[in-house]
Design a protein around this ligand. Sequence first.
Ligand code: FMN
Length: 258
Amino acid sequence: MLPFEDETSLSLLYHLNSEPWGNVEAYQSVTYEVEYKHVTPAAPPLALPPPPESEVTRLANMRRSCRAYEPKTLHLSSLSAMLWGSYGITRTDNTLLGGSLALLRPVPSAGGLFPLEIYVATQRVEKVTDGLHHYNVRSHVLEPLTVGSIFPALKPHLFMYPAIEHSNAVVFLSAVFHRTQKKYGPRGYRYALLEAGHVAQNLCLLAVEQGLGTLCMGGYSDGELNQVLGLAPLQEGVIYSVAIGWPAFSEPLTISLV
Ligand SMILES: Cc1cc2nc3c(=O)[nH]c(=O)nc-3n(C[C@H](O)[C@H](O)[C@H](O)COP(=O)(O)O)c2cc1C
């Protein structure tokens, strides 16, 4: 039961009511046009110079959604790089938390509260038993939660099957809602979603660096998926997911930035 007198209830109610939409027609339409804003400039537009080439612009240029994977083995070092570089502990600071040591990450976090948890479903990852793992950010270890093939249990709840069938890992970003809502109330819900976007983009760019493909996915059944992951309803829920693996087709990668 959601306590109605609690201001965060509405955001949690929204969360529960935003399971994938039943409007199949809307999904099936392929005729949506991308819209752009037209403004009336107050002065002549300023042409920007071509972006300078750098490692980050190169990776950003190469990122794209991958919907076909080759069943090859993923190096453990690649998974490690992606997890650490997306949400691991990158530095400490003892000036932020009234003297106690703050453990900071590669992404910004509203109030430094880090509401997200990372779970990884793996198959064919070097030295890793297939299964579902929790990424313990403080010790940078994978904690097995279920041992044995987990993809079949996920399959009915992830809409991008069979496209992600041969991926090596699906990273689930969950939000522990009260971590941000205790400080920001209903708005804390937004902050958790925004933070997941930061983490996912880091995952994507780090994957590209390793020659891997990714698919960011919002298409999954929340309730059932959370159950497979063993998340406590109303306290924690998956808010984003990213499949990672070896792309089945290599496309020519251009570096024309504009
Ligand atoms: C929040 C979000 C949810 C998405 N969910 C899905 C999804 O469930 N399935 C899918 O195939 N692609 C999904 N995508 C990927 C988009 O379809 C894709 O990024 C877009 O078409 C642009 O193509 P690109 O990623 O290759 O540049 C999602 C992207 C975002 C940002």
